[in-house]
Unconditional design. Sequence first.
Length: 196
Amino acid sequence: MADPTTQLGGEKPPQRPDHAAALDRSANVFGALALIVADQMADVTAVAAGRSDSAPAALAALYHFLDRPSVDLLRQVLGLTSSGTVRLLDRLVESGLAERGPGADARSTAVTLTAAGRTAAEQVCAARAGLLDRALTVLSPGERAEFSALSAKVLVGMMRGPGAVRWMCRLCDTGICRGAPGGCPVGNAARERYAG
């Protein structure tokens, strides 16, 4: 078996430059885990939504926690440009998954899911849930509880302030955290941090 510390040509990999950030094994493994989960989630939700752009996140956010949002709020949640959000919304409307309506004022437009959009959102959410459940089947119930607590701590540590774009919860089933003991760790931390 080849030595994994060597490159294809048999040379040792280059040494890390002095200015490079220190990276321990847990951080490196976490990075690989985050990437594979993100890749596989993008794959399964794209199949479920029938498209591979930001549609899965838009459908999930509209289904779980956005109630007739403005196009600008949808843009913020998805982390898209204004024109990118309008193009995405055009595709969702053309596909019969969403519709535009009057917003809170005469200048804004609200976005809602159609019945077909709700069905597509449910498929996206089921695909996401299936992937995540399969990923965690290697853990015992105790390990799963510990993983949940540690993941919540990492999420809170990575939380961004008000006005952030590309919300971390854009694909979340927010009802799961709301119904679980302790609720959403990020929501709880945000309320504590930004109260008053």
